[in-house]
Design a binder for this molecule. Structure first.
Ligand SMILES: NC(=O)c1ccc[n+]([C@@H]2O[C@H](COP(=O)([O-])OP(=O)(O)OC[C@H]3O[C@@H](n4cnc5c(N)ncnc54)[C@H](O)[C@@H]3O)[C@@H](O)[C@H]2O)c1
Length: 439
């Protein structure tokens, strides 16, 4: 069993720390936010993600998982660090490496004070060349040591999907890493030993590029499916049926994930990573017409939903789900939050029912409302029950699909206008008071 420090207790770091500790490793989670550190040490999860709270409570009680703001302590007590800090978009769309550089500086100084061997493994999403051009130089300067010989270095991207992150940890679709040294490569191979998935070992830059390729491909798939859905609907066809037939061809075509016509993509990864890949390509004078179009197409899908609400003449809208996808409280770049904000800006009264965002608000987590850059007053818009939502509004807008809401909407039996961006019923098509975005 290994001793591992996890830097950054966000969505990726919490899941990594919890699952590593559950597998029997000794884990020290490190964050600059003392409230997140205190939450872990109290046996509580700083994020809302199915299955994580239980694992954290158990591993903290059994002493395998602790948290600290003290990087030097964490490095001294462990053999390797996983760096899972955020890499948000800079104003020009390129990737911001401030948190990565800060974490590398802290780890480098701690390695200088430690003496023994330590592997530094980045898990944050970073454009190709970042390990060699930024992380390694910062680590070497801060530690006064040589990467690959005096300390280990690896890049091991994370592919988890929020809301199914714990299941994805045990059953991933892809494992890839690059490492400068044998010790780091062996550690990452051993950590993935019990998992039924091929391990791709490659160079650092290729591993960095695979991560962006994966997220760019997910984004392309969403927009491609939406465009087909829009065209299909204009021809009187069901877009989901068209793509469900296409994606049944798993041999020659592709897997069906993300190939489901519906609403725009969002979240903390796809928009940011498509922007960053375009910015990266621009520095190499490489044109990216498809990626440019993907972002335009995604914005169009939000405008399309906005027009559907406008055409229905809605003045009081009840939005079901506002996080970027169902099953998480994460609102970063949520297209539903953007849609709500636009409607509010046009004088429409918007109320929101979202069980996960509500849970985060009730628990007053430090990440509550994360990504609410549209300035929506969550306290003002959130309603605790579906009854309140249905009674207080005249049009129901389905952003995320939740089983409770499906039951209630079905029981309304056409009495209320429903605009569906998430498809409450695969058999239902637009007609009467029901309007599906792509079907
Ligand atoms: N969210 C996802 O689904 C997902 C999936 C795969 C990869 N990623 C990538 O993983 C990275 C992390 O994403 P996230 O969603 O977990 O981010 P997040 O913003 O939720 O969490 C980052 C954490 O890092 C902490 N932090 C910042 N500077 C620090 C420092 N110097 N030392 C210690 N902690 C520090 C922050 O306080 C925060 O708690 C990003 O690069 C992201 O693109 C995210």
């Amino acid at each position: 069993m290994a001793n591992i420090a996890v830097f950054g207790i966000g969505y990726v770091g919490v899941v990594s720390a919890a699952c590593l500790a559950r597998d029997g490793h000794r884990v020290i989670a490190v964050d600059v936010d003392p409230t997140k550190v205190a939450a872990i040490n109290a046996g509580l999860s700083p994020i809302v993600e199915p299955g994580v709270s239980e694992i954290i409570a158990e591993c903290v009680a059994e002493g395998r998982l602790t948290a600290t703001t003290d990087a030097e302590h964490a490095i001294r007590e462990t053999d390797a660090s996983f760096v899972c800090v955020g890499t948000p978009s800079a104003p020009d769309g390129s990737i911001s490496l401030e948190y990565v550089k800060d974490a590398c500086r802290a780890i480098g100084s701690a390695i200088a004070a430690k003496g023994g061997y330590h592997s530094v493994i980045l898990r944050s999403t970073i454009v190709p060349g970042t390990m060699e051009e930024t992380c390694i130089p910062v680590l070497e300067t801060a530690s006064g040591r040589k990467a690959g010989t005096d300390f280990g270095v690896g890049y091991y991207p994370e592919f988890l999907r929020e809301s199914t992150a714990v299941a994805d940890y045990r059953d991933p679709g892809l494992i890839v890493f690059g490492a400068l040294d044998d010790m780091t490569a062996r550690l990452l191979t051993d950590l993935n030993g019990g998992i039924d998935c091929k391990i791709h070992v490659t160079d650092l830059r290729t591993a960095e590029m695979v991560k962006y390729t994966s997220n760019a491909w997910r984004a392309v798939k969403v927009s491609f499916a939406n465009e087909i859905g829009n065209i299909a609907k204009s021809a009187g066809l069901d877009g989901q049926q068209v793509l469900s037939i296409l994606t049944s061809d798993l041999k020659v075509s592709m897997s069906p994930w993300f190939m489901r016509p519906g609403f725009a993509f969002g979240g903390s990864c796809l928009p940011k990573d498509v922007r960053a890949l375009r910015a990266f390509a621009a520095t190499r004078r490489t044109e990216t017409p498809l990626l440019d179009a993907v972002l335009v197409a995604n914005a169009e899908q939000i405008a399309r939903a906005e027009a559907m609400v406008r055409d229905a003449g809605a003045r009081r809208v009840g939005l079901i789900g506002i996080s970027f996808k169902p099953g998480t409280d994460d609102m970063r770049e949520s297209p539903l939050a953007e849609l709500a904000s636009r409607l509010i800006g046009q004088g429409v009264a918007v109320k929101v029912w979202d069980p996960y965002v509500q849970e985060a608000c009730d628990a007053d987590l430090t990440s509550t409302g994360r990504g609410n850059d549209w300035g929506i007053d969550l306290k003002e818009t959130l309603v605790p029950s579906l009854d309140d939502l249905i009674e207080g509004t005249d049009i129901l807008l389905v952003g995320n699909r939740y089983e409770d809401a499906v039951t209630r909407l079905t029981a309304l039996n056409g009495d209320r206008t429903v605009i569906d961006l998430a498809r409450i019923d695969p058999k239902r098509r637009s007609g009467g008071s029901y309007h599906g975005i792509c079907w």
